[in-house]
Ligand binder design. Structure first.
Ligand code: ADP
Ligand code: MG
Length: 325
């Protein structure tokens, strides 16, 4: 028998009601995530990539129960997360943490670092008093490359890179197993991005963490991902080991995303595939293959047949009737 995967996501679906307007009165729904399935091994990094609006954040939030999925199942070490209540749910809130693009967007700018990083520690009763909390926060600050002198400074005093380090310390504070990092470097200067990505990489080894690493372009996750999943309009269209996905992309959408990634050696420049038009509305997604309206490889049938992932090589799955018939 196969060992139980660390995380298993089965047919995860999240539809939001449309608010306001004619569509709302007709009961229209935003198909944010539509039947997403994948599993993760302990200690791996799965990169989840796709243009803005493809459903990446919603997938991450639904896994963490920050929003309730419409349907589908999420199993963490074999336990059904979607049905948890009470104490098991409380425990889950420690085991799974999120790192946000801007960790301070939802926080009071006058809060101190001690209270931001220490909040989870206190909520989960991991320390007995303020003194213990502060000692633990200092230890966490050092772990993420910041010093004890920051303890009583306030959120608004920090640079983008420092804020993200504080966001990482906050996530680490409760000893999680799984971290969903939702575009953790997208808002940072390019020069700072690599530092934060490297920090996440170091922490993974140090603490045995498993990452779902969300990004909107393929270049950010290339060097940290064990595997990469590409999402388009609520569906995974391709998933493979990182080296395989970058070296042998099969879905036309992956190819287009990859062709936009700058390469260091201009002589080996990939042919740029321009994506036609904008991402269609997830309220009325295209019929058949959802990507067909923008696809450079489309054939007439693509608007008719819904595509499911097919395994074209061990561990390499593609949802495309042209490339993976
Ligand atoms: P991504 O993270 O890939 O940019 P999201 O998961 O944020 O995508 O969003 C997927 C789709 O769901 C988008 O069309 C977005 O507008 C919609 N959406 C996200 N959250 C909500 C919400 N709370 N209510 C209604 N629609 C939402
Ligand atoms: Mg997002």
């Amino acid at each position: 028998m196969e060992p139980t995967p660390f995380l298993e996501v089965r047919n995860l679906t999240k539809h939001f009601p449309v608010k306001g307007g004619v569509l709302a009165s007709k009961g229209a729904r935003v198909h944010a995530v539509d039947g997403v399935s994948f599993s993760m091994a302990r200690g791996e990094t799965l990169g989840l990539v796709g243009e803005s609006g493809s459903g990446k954040s919603t997938t991450g939030r639904a896994i963490l129960r920050l929003i309730e999925p419409t349907s589908g199942t999420v199993l963490l070490e074999g336990e059904d997360v979607t049905r948890m209540r009470g104490e098991p749910l409380r425990r889950l809130r420690r085991d799974m943490q999120m790192i946000f693009q801007d960790p301070f967007a939802s926080l009071d700018p006058t809060m101190t670092v001690a209270s931001i990083v220490g909040e989870g520690i206190e909520i989960h009763g991991l320390v007995r008093n303020r003194k213990e909390r502060d000692a633990r926060v200092v230890q966490l600050l050092e772990t993420v490359g910041l010093g004890a002198q920051h303890l009583n400074r306030r959120a608004h005093e920090f640079s983008g890179g420092q804020r993200q380090r504080i966001g990482i310390a906050r996530a680490l504070a409760v000893n999680p197993k799984l971290i969903v990092a939702d575009e953790p470097v997208s808002a940072l200067d390019v020069s700072i991005q690599a530092q934060v990505v490297n920090l996440l990489d170091d922490l993974q080894r140090q603490f045995g963490l498993t990452y779902l690493f969300i990004a909107h372009d393929l270049s950010v996750v290339e060097h940290v991902s064990t595997r990469v999943a590409v999402m388009y309009l609520g569906r995974i269209v391709e998933i493979a080991q990182a080296a395989e996905l970058y070296g042998n992309p099969r879905h036309p959408y992956t190819e287009a995303l990859l062709s936009a990634v700058p390469v260091p050696d201009p002589a080996s420049k990939r042919n740029r595939i321009l994506l036609e038009g904008d991402v269609p509305s997830p309220v009325t997604p295209p019929s058949g293959c959802r990507f067909h309206t923008r696809c450079h490889m489309r054939v007439p049938d693509c608007s008719k047949n819904e595509q499911t992932l097919k395994e074209i090589r061990p561990g390499h799955w593609v949802a495309c009737q042209v490339r993976a018939p």
